[in-house]
Design a protein around this ligand. Structure first.
Ligand code: G
Ligand code: G
Ligand code: MN
Ligand code: NA
Length: 250
C-alpha cells in the first residue's frame, strides 16, 4: 500500500522523466527516430528503471494516467525536435496491455496528437506479443482504429513469450522489433543467426519493417545489415538519455 501511494503521488505530481534512445537506419546509421523510455528519478539521485515500477503501475491501473503522460511528453518532445529540423524522425512509445485495452485509450492518443500537433505518421506505438493473446478482438479493433489515424504499430520483443503466429499474420503490424536476447546471440551462435535471419525474412514478406534491438557490437550491426534488417537500436548507437543529452551527443 505504501508503494502504491508513493507511485500515485508521483503520477499526480508528474515526477517522472522520459529518456530517449536513438534508432538508426541500416546500413547508413543515420538517426531516424527515438524510443521513449520511462524513468522515475528518486530524491537521492537514483533513477528507477521501468522494471521497478511498471508492474505495480499495471496492477493498480496507474499505468493509464502514467501512460497518457508519457505519450503526451513524447509527442511534445518530438515536435520540439521537428521544430529544429528533425522532420524525418519518429517517436516510439511503449504501451501496456492494461493501457490500450482500457476504453479511453484512443482518446489518449488523440489528445496527445492534438496537444502536440504532431503528425500521426510520426508516432509509433510499441505493443508486445503477449498482449495479443488475452483479448484478440479488442486488439484487432484498436489496431484498426490506429491504422485509420495513420499511427504506426510495432510489435515489441518479437519472438519472446507467447508467440502466436496466426495473430501475427492476421493483425498486419507495420513493424517488428527483434528482441535483444536474440540479437545478443547472433554473433556467436549459428542457430540464433539462422533464427534471426529467417525472422527478418518473415517480417519483410509480411510487409513489416524490422528493428534489431540491443545492438552492442559492429559485428551484430554488420550481420543484421547483411540480412536486410531496416533499423537498429542499441548501445552501439546510443543509450537511453534525457532529451537534452541526446541533443548534445548528436
Ligand atoms: O529502459 P529499459 O530497458 O529499462 O525498459 C525496459 C522496458 O520497460 C521496456 O522494454 C518497455 O517494455 C518498458 N517501458 C519503458 N518505458 C515504458 C513506458 O513508458 N510505458 C510502458 N508501459 N512500458 C515502458
Ligand atoms: O521496450 P524494451 O523493453 O525493448 O526497451 C528496451 C530496453 O533495452 C531498454 O530498457 C533499454 O535500456 C535496453 N537496451 C537498449 N539498448 C540496449 C543494448 O544495446 N543492450 C542492452 N543490454 N540493453 C539495451
Ligand atoms: Mn520497447
Ligand atoms: Na523490446
Amino acid at each position: 500500500l505504501h508503494r502504491h501511494q508513493a507511485l500515485e503521488r508521483a503520477v499526480q505530481r508528474e515526477e517522472f522523466e522520459v529518456y530517449y534512445q536513438p534508432q538508426v537506419q541500416l546500413p547508413a546509421g543515420n538517426v531516424v527516430g527515438v524510443e521513449a523510455l520511462l524513468r522515475w528519478p528518486q530524491p537521492g539521485g537514483q533513477v528507477l528503471l521501468p522494471g521497478a515500477f511498471i508492474p505495480l503501475a499495471e496492477q493498480t491501473r496507474l499505468i493509464i494516467p502514467l501512460g497518457a503522460w508519457v505519450l503526451r511528453q513524447a509527442c511534445l518532445q518530438l515536435n520540439r525536435w521537428r521544430d529544429r529540423g528533425r522532420l524525418d524522425w519518429t517517436v516510439a512509445v511503449n504501451v501496456s496491455a492494461q493501457q490500450w485495452m482500457a476504453p479511453g485509450f484512443l482518446a489518449q492518443v488523440d489528445e496527445a496528437l492534438q496537444t502536440s500537433e504532431l503528425p500521426p505518421e510520426c508516432l509509433i506505438l510499441e505493443l508486445t506479443e503477449s498482449h495479443l493473446v488475452g483479448d484478440p478482438g479488442t486488439a484487432q479493433r484498436v489496431l484498426a482504429a490506429l491504422r485509420d489515424r495513420s499511427v504506426k504499430v510495432s510489435l515489441d520483443d518479437f519472438g519472446m513469450g507467447y508467440s502466436n503466429l496466426n495473430q501475427l499474420v492476421r493483425l498486419a503490424f507495420g513493424q517488428l522489433k527483434l528482441d535483444r536476447s536474440f540479437v545478443a546471440s547472433i554473433g556467436s551462435d549459428e542457430r540464433y543467426a539462422a533464427l534471426v535471419r529467417h525472422m527478418i525474412d518473415l517480417a519483410r514478406e509480411l510487409g513489416a519493417s524490422v528493428v534489431g534491438e540491443g545492438v552492442e557490437t559492429q559485428h551484430e550491426r554488420d550481420l543484421l545489415t547483411g540480412w536486410g534488417c531496416d533499423f537498429a537500436q542499441g548501445f552501439l548507437f546510443g543509450r537511453p538519455v534525457p532529451a537534452a543529452q541526446l541533443d548534445a551527443s548528436l
